[in-house]
Ligand binder design. Structure first.
Ligand code: PMP
Length: 365
């Protein structure tokens, strides 16, 4: 394991080492099953146990009550951009409201607009997506079938602080792809949450959807089966073959969060500590590093910042990689540096990056 690097990838992202070790141990032969998790039927008692416990762990960690369904869907968060609108927007009610705090929200909006009327309630694009709006800035949308937000904008590094999501009478729909399971949530504030697993919950290939029963009751008839949430809720997410291996690893990650970490309150504290190491480094650099997001909207998951020149940014990324700190190049639309520090990134890994940043600023400032 000594040749493992410190991986700041935005997703698929680093996984807990103990989860990888367990998956490796069981890869050839699951105890009591005699076959690999890659080879076992989704109708087997083993997998029924896996998907059942995965759901139970998500319910426990996030405090999801019985009035919500937990669904496992394929197609990534991107398919949810469409499915949300197909299931919740078709019909006579008014436009769905979208609050845009980064580029993912814009993608969600574009897909929804193919399904029905939409309205932008706030758009931070003019400033380059550096913050979330204050409560008075978001247009009212009481009659909307739903209001959509992106909990954490992975590319820009802009995250709603806990409890700051817009207060709306319309059901709140949330793309939580890059911060679900990173902190406790008040689920009752949401009608629907979705998250691709490949940041905090497991490998790519499975998307978690948490949806309130009231919203399912209003899904229109006539949707293709695989695009209708009720197909998943009526068949325990096993209408067809689910991504067995991805859900198995998701189970291991949720067990790790439950048993090794000790729940989301603890994980949230660790995540704040990790993010503070990097933001402190930015703030004390005397302007050498410039954070992209404004302080009140800074993401605990994706720390985005610039250096004085694009050339220095290239050198930073190259030198960091030479020191075993990889995937630090920012998204091409924002540039600069992005350090993704999801749950499984250890505090020590972030500490190594913070020390590298200090040293780099001293040598190049
Ligand atoms: N929403 C957010 C916030 C994301 O970060 C991503 C992926 N980086 C997506 C949606 C798209 O996810 P997927 O690739 O699973 O479709």
């Amino acid at each position: 394991m000594t040749d493992r690097v410190v991986n700041f990838a935005a997703g698929p992202a680093t996984l807990p080492l103990s989860v990888l070790e367990e998956a490796r141990r069981d890869l050839l032969c699951l105890p009591g099953v005699g076959a690999s998790p890659l080879e076992v039927s989704h109708r087997s008692p083993w997998f029924e146990g896996v998907i059942g416990e995965a759901e139970a762990n998500l319910r426990l960690l996030l405090g999801i009550p019985e009035t919500y369904r937990v669904l496992f869907v394929q197609g990534g968060a991107t398919l949810q951009f469409s499915m949300v609108a197909m299931n919740l927007l078709r019909g006579p009610s008014g436009p769905a409201g979208y609050v845009l705090t980064g580029s993912w929200g814009g993608k969600a909006l574009a897909e929804a607009a193919t399904q029905g009327p939409t309205r932008v309630l706030w758009d931070g694009g003019a400033d380059g997506y550096v913050r979330v709006p204050g409560p008075a800035e978001v247009e009212e949308a009481a009659a909307a079938p739903y209001v959509h937000i992106t909990a954490n904008e992975t590319v820009h590094g802009v995250e709603w602080p806990p409890g700051a999501e817009p207060a709306t009478d319309a059901p709140l729909v949330c793309d939580a792809s890059s911060d679900l399971l990173s902190r406790p949530l008040d689920i009752s504030r949401y009608g629907l949450l979705y998250a691709g697993a490949q940041k905090n919950a497991g490998p790519a290939g499975v998307t978690v959807v948490v949806v309130h029963d009231d919203l399912l009751a209003g899904v229109p008839d006539g949707l293709p089966g695989m695009l209708d949430y009720r197909t998943y809720s009526d068949h325990g997410s096993m209408y067809n073959t689910p991504p067995v291996f991805a859900i198995y690893v998701l189970l291991l990650v949720t067990r790790w969060l439950r048993d090794d970490v000790g729940g989301l309150d603890v994980q949230f504290r660790i995540n704040r500590e990790k993010a503070a190491l990097l933001y402190d480094e930015i703030d004390r650099s005397g302007g050498f590093y410039r954070g992209h997001a404004q302080p009140g909207s800074r993401s605990l998951m994706n720390v985005t910042y610039r250096l004085p020149t694009a050339e220095l940014e290239r050198i930073f990324v190259r030198e960091a990689a030479g020191n075993g700190l990889i995937e630090l190049k920012g998204h091409r639309s924002v540039g600069g540096i992005r350090a993704s520090i999801y749950n499984a990134m250890p505090l020590e890994g972030v500490g190594i990056l913070a020390a590298f940043m200090r040293d780099f600023a001293q040598r190049n400032g």
